[in-house]
Structure formats: structure tokens, C-alpha cells
Design a protein around this ligand. Structure first.
Ligand code: NAD
Length: 509
């Protein structure tokens, strides 16, 4: 199915301008950075890209703001995040419009992304009263050992196009509550939503009397990101994007002994066991594999199905895929919007050609859509490909809606296949057998940062820590105790006796 009503670029430009004006941004004029929409593939505005001097100014201002922000009591820092959350609620629809226009997300997912931002603000407000350290039993009489957590400094946030606002909010809400200041280098594919978020945070800072420079925005390409990567005044670089990017950023930050938090690519799989509830599995798989047009880091890319149920499950999945409405993401009926760019479509088609050359069989989808009506956009049918083995192409992350289906006979074999990829982000098992579920979640089960039962790989809640192992980078963001990455612990030994006792019974003097 294809949604027929298509917006014009002029409609989208007008809608973007209205959303921006409602949050308080007048569309800036400049040069060096093009804002475009994947819905039609056309340019919307030309904006100013940050210069090296802008990056220097932002780092100096952010560092200066940190010196006062770090001593502002944490619950008062939380007030800034609370106000940001209120403004996000007020402008939920405007922000969702910008996400759809720039990233191509369908309306419900774009609203969901803004909801996630609101949720993390609520979480970080609570966190501002819960930056707990432990008290440790001392081996010495009259002594107390304690752990104190202090703000870290300037946090550089580098983010990807596919969660153009939520990733910023996960980092920023938590970092601000922890007493850090933030410089944001968003994807150059999504500058408009970035301007809107920056403006709302500036308004929140004005409203609560926080320094404006607790947050700075630098629009531009990777060269701007590299300034944050290399500058020793940036204490933590939190970088979300491809493994290729992480491979460059990680060692460069480490070379100056900075900290990095890497959230990189995934190659997520689900195992479907013979006892699985197939109604539930089909729903979970289709959302995880075809939702967001396959452009989530947690998108389901590999399905490992028990041989006895493979034909039944594949028949149900292909039937569902053949009915997926593809097209205008603003249309309430659409479930699959555009890929981010024609280059992304080329990458998808070349992965499909490779896997077919190896004997992979396309079972549903895979064609380009709307090429005549929107030749500069990239709409594609999500595709299911049956493969006999986990070849090189299957083991790569292709950032497009391709679902590879493999079969297994024993759960041990399924888990081995599951873990035999370089990435380690998200995973799931569909089963009604408790032993199987627990084995999958155990130390000899999934090797991912996220392991689910009877739910797909995508769509995490903010309350849990988010991130993955191996080439996914090892970072954790968002909930649980991820906040510790944004602070530095100090161990304090306090002697409240009048005797100097040395540890380990050492005697001296
Ligand atoms: P990308 O790697 O092309 O770009 C991500 C960001 O890094 C952009 O802001 C880019 O300008 C910047 N960048 C690139 N090279 C850089 C360098 N050498 N130094 C400094 N900055 C640099 O990724 P993308 O295409 O925007 O996003 C898709 C990728 O992101 C996928 O691989 C996806 O899995 C991953 N992703 C991961 C997570 C996660 O939490 N694990 C979340 C979202 C997206």
C-alpha cells in the first residue's frame, strides 16, 4: 500500500516555519548548512554552520558557566530541568512536526520521541535529589569512609539523525541535574529540531535564572564534532552514531585521557522458540523490524526461528509486510515513512544485491516506492530475506528495513548465532518456556546491553540504562545509574579520632 496524499515541499517549509516560530525560533539565514526533508528530498532552508571560532567560544563559555553551575545545589539544578519538561509538554506537537519533517518519522513515533524527552526530564528532576554516594565501613577505629559524587565539567553531546531530539535530552537532562554544562553537536541532517530544543532550554534557563551558557548548540558537520572530541576542556564526549564514528572518536578522546560514552550501531536479533505466542511475536517483530523504516539503533535485523515454526511464522510476517502502508509520515494511516536519504536507499539496495548473490531469498518487499512522484526522496518497502547462514552482510548493520531470517534446531545453537555478530545492543526471545527465557537472560545467554522476553528489540523505556556491548561501544545512558557517567566520584576518609592510624596496620614514626 502507498499513502496517496503527499505534501509539497512548500507545505513542509511552512509547517516547519510555524513550528519553529511557536517555540520562539525565527528561521535563521546563513550559509554552510542545508536543512532538508526526507519526505520530498528537497531543501527547506539554508542555515549558518558553526565556525572554529564559534566552537572555541562555546567551549570557553560552557567552561565558565560550569564554574557556577557546579556549586548550584542539585535540587535547584533540577528546577531548570523541570521547566524544560514543562516547555516540552507545551510544545510536544511542534517538536513532533519538526522530527517528522527532518527525520521522516511517522506522527505517532515522533510524538513518542518527544514523550521520551518529557519522561527523562521527570526522571532527572527526581535524580537531582538522589545523587547518592555510599558510606563504607572503615578498617580503622574513629574513621569514616564515604564516596562523594561531583560534577564532571563540560559534556559534549554528538548525536545521530534518527533520534534527533531524544538522545540530546537523555544526555542533557541528566548532565544538567548532575551539575555539568552541555555543548550539543547534532546531526547535520536535523538542524531545525536542534534549534527548537536549544531555544526551549534557553527559555527554561531564563525562567529559572540559570546561566544561559549551561547549554550551547553548534550546528555543523563532523568537523565541528571533532573540536569537541579533541579539546581537553570537554570532560566527557557522549557520542551517538555509527560504529565507524565511534572508532574515530573513542581513541581520540582516550588519547587526551578524556572520557567518552559511546552509543553506536546495533545488529539486533530475536529468537522465536516453538512455544512462542505467534500473534504477539508477529506484532512485536513487525514493529521492531519495519517501524521507523528500519532506522532505529534497536531495529530488529535478524530473526532466528525454530525450524518447526519457521514456515508458519514467515507466512504470517510476509502477509503483514505486504499490507504495510508506506508514504507520507504525516498521514495517520502510514506506518513506514521515508529513508533519510537516497544514499541510505543505495546502501539498502546494495546489501540486498549482496545477500541475493549469496543465495538469500527475498520473501516480501524490497522495492522502491514513490520514485515518480518524489524522485529526490527514498521510500522503500521493508524487506524479509531468508538466508541459510550468517554471512558478512548479515553480520553488518545496514541502516534500513531489512530483516534476515535464519532457522535453528537447538536453543544453544540459536544463542550462538545470536551472539555471533560484532555488535551487542538489543535482543529478544519469544517463548512461553520459562527455562528458555531465563537461559537467554543468563550469563550464557544474550551478550547484549538490552535483553527482552516476549517483546521486540526496539522501543526502550527511559527508566532502564540504555546501551550495548562490543562494537555498540559499551556506553549506558538514560535511566538506572547511568548518571554516574556524568559525575566523578571522590573517596573521602575522615578521621574523627585523635590518633593517626595507618591502613593495613602500617607503622611509621
Ligand atoms: P553517523 O555516525 O554518521 O553520525 C553521528 C554523529 O556523529 C553526527 O552528528 C556526525 O556529524 C558525527 N560524527 C561523525 N563522524 C565524526 C567524527 N569523526 N568526529 C566527531 N563527530 C563525528 O550516524 P548517523 O547516520 O547519524 O546515525 C545512524 C547510526 O547511529 C546507526 O549506526 C545507529 O545504529 C546509530 N545509533 C546508535 C544509537 C545508540 O544509542 N546505540 C542511537 C541512535 C543511533
Amino acid at each position: 500500500m502507498t499513502s496517496t496524499a503527499l505534501p509539497t515541499t512548500e507545505d513542509l517549509r511552512g509547517r516547519a516555519r510555524t513550528a519553529l516560530e511557536r517555540v520562539g525560533v525565527s528561521v535563521p539565514d546563513g550559509s554552510g548548512l542545508i536543512a532538508r526533508t526526507p519526505i520530498t528530498g528537497d531543501h527547506l532552508f539554508e542555515l549558518a554552520a558553526a565556525t572554529p571560532a564559534d566552537a572555541e567560544d562555546a567551549i570557553a563559555a560552557s567552561r565558565a558557566a560550569f564554574l557556577t553551575w557546579r556549586t548550584t545545589p542539585a535540587p535547584r539544578r533540577g528546577e531548570l530541568v523541570r521547566r524544560l519538561g514543562e516547555l516540552l509538554r507545551d510544545h510536544k506537537s511542534d517538536l513532533a512536526d519538526l522530527i517528522t519533517i527532518e527525520a521522516g518519522k511517522i506522527r505517532s513515533e515522533a510524538l513518542g520521541e518527544v514523550q521520551e524527552m518529557i519522561d527523562i526530564c521527570d526522571f532527572a528532576v527526581g535524580l537531582s535529589r538522589q545523587l547518592y554516594g555510599r558510606t563504607i565501613a572503615s578498617e580503622r577505629p574513629g574513621h569514616r569512609l564515604a564516596e562523594t559524587w561531583h560534577p564532571l565539567g563540560v559534556v559534549g553531546v554528538i548525536s545521530a539523525f534518527n533520534f534527533p531530539a531524544a538522545v540530546w535530552s537523555w544526555n542533557t537532562a541528566v548532565a544538567l541535574a548532575c551539575g555539568d554544562t552541555v555543548i550539543w553537536k547534532p546531526s547535520d541532517l536535523t538542524p531545525l529540531i536542534s534549534l527548537a530544543c536549544d531555544r526551549l532550554l534557553a527559555r527554561a534557563a531564563e525562567d529559572v535564572g540559570a546561566p544561559r551558557d549551561v547549554h550551547r548548540l553548534l550546528l555543523g558537520d563532523r568537523a565541528v564534532g571533532e573540536k569537541l572530541v579533541d579539546d581537553p576542556r570537554v570532560a566527557l564526549v557522549s557520542a551517538t552514531g555509527s560504529t565507524r564514528m565511534g572508532r574515530e572518536v573513542g581513541p581520540r578522546v582516550a588519547a587526551r585521557f578524556g572520557r567518552s560514552l559511546l552509543e553506536l550501531g546495533g545488529n539486533n536479533a530475536a529468537i522465536v522458540a516453538p512455544s512462542a505466542d505467534l500473534d504477539l511475536a508477529v506484532q512485536g517483530i513487525v514493529f521492531a523490524a519495519a517501524g521507523t523504516a528500519g532506522q532505529r539503533c534497536t531495529t530488529l535485523r535478524r530473526l532466528i526461528v525454530h525450524r518447526d515454526i519457521a514456515d508458519t511464522l514467515i507466512a504470517r510476517l510476509t502477509a503483514a509486510y505486504n499490507k504495510l502502508p508506506i508514504g507520507n509520515p504525516f498521514d495517520e494511516d502510514t506506518l513506514v515513512g521515508p529513508l533519510i536519504s537516497p544514499a541510505a536507499l543505495d546502501t539498502m539496495q546494495s546489501a540486498l544485491a549482496r545477500v541475493q548473490a549469496e543465495g538469500g531469498k527475498v520473501l516480501a518487499g524490497g522495492n522502491r516506492r514513490l520514485a515518480e512522484a518524489l524522485p529526490r526522496a527514498a521510500y522503500a518497502e521493508p524487506v524479509i530475506v531468508r538466508v541459510d547462514e550468517q554471512s558478512e552482510v548479515v553480520r553488518e548493520e545496514t541502516f534500513a528495513p531489512i530483516l534476515y531470517v535464519l532457522t535453528y534446531d537447538t536453543l544453544e545453537e540459536a544463542i550462538a548465532l545470536h551472539n555471533d555478530v560484532p555488535q551487542g545492543l538489543s535482543s529478544s526471545i519469544f517463548t512461553r518456556d520459562q527455562q528458555e527465557a531465563e537461559l537467554f537472560l543468563s550469563a550464557e545467554g544474550s551478550d547484549c546491553g538490552i535483553a527482552n522476553v516476549n517483546i521486540g528489540t526496539s522501543g526502550a523505556e527511559i527508566g532502564g540504562a540504555f546501551g550495548g556491548e562490543k562494537e555498540t561501544g559499551g556506553g549506558r545512558e538514560s535511566g538506572s545509574d547511568s548518571w554516574r557517567a556524568y559525575m566523578r566520584p571522590a573517596t573521602n576518609t575522615i578521621n574523627y579520632s585523635s590518633r593517626l592510624a595507618l591502613a593495613q596496620n602500617v607503622s611509621f614514626l
